[in-house]
Design a protein around this ligand. Sequence first.
Ligand code: PGA
Length: 255
Amino acid sequence: MRKKIIAGNWKMNLNVSQGSVLVHRLQERIKTTKNVEVILCPSFVSLQPLSLQIDRRKFKLGAQNAYFEDEGAFTGEVSIAMLRDLASYIIVGHSERRHKFGENDDLIAKKVAACVRNDIAPILCVGETASERAAKETKQTVHDQLSVGVRDLTSQNIKHLVVAYEPVWAIGSGRLPKPHEVEEVTSLIRSTIAHIYGQNVAEKIRILYGGSVNPDITKGYLEIEGIDGFLVGGASLNYEYFSRIVATAQELEGE
Ligand code: PGA
């Protein structure tokens, strides 16, 4: 059975002390259970202090980005190797990285491979823009982003991969795809992986939905066939919303 994931992407929000207050509040509200992994993805500067503060039975840490080279003359970058002891996950290819910082599929593939090489699980984000959706190119876009993104993985190490389907037009907009649309893309993601790596491998990969996730949709979206959790942006900054999302997932999964 695939363990559910609820991941909070704080984006470029919360300084170190604000992040610490949020974790304190979440820690009071979120129960320890075995069946749901809760991942917090703060800014780089908060990873170290939060690694000392978090209750590890409740939370894991993730980074929002990192560079694929282990070290060297790359001013301003943080390497995936540097994050080894701090983060269990790294978000790779988030649409804001793709569209605001010009990251392409080739760079993203190198980052995915570097995560796996450093024993950190990549959360590879894929998703279509509004114009790709209007042109009915959703499936082609997701297929291309995914197949290039995983190109350097083997059937052995791909099992650590997590894929987040995040329609770009749904991020931060309050707009949501219909559950059947999410299901179609989820099944495309799994069949694309099955085609390259086989059905057994594809069944183990966890697929998250992201884009305007809020507590009210949690139950319905977790019931979508093939969805294994969420990558939550805005609502992860609100301790009541985020702990409600986690609680709903825990209730559905049992203790
Ligand atoms: P949102 O962001 O939940 O605020 O739409 C999701 C994301 O960007 O991962």
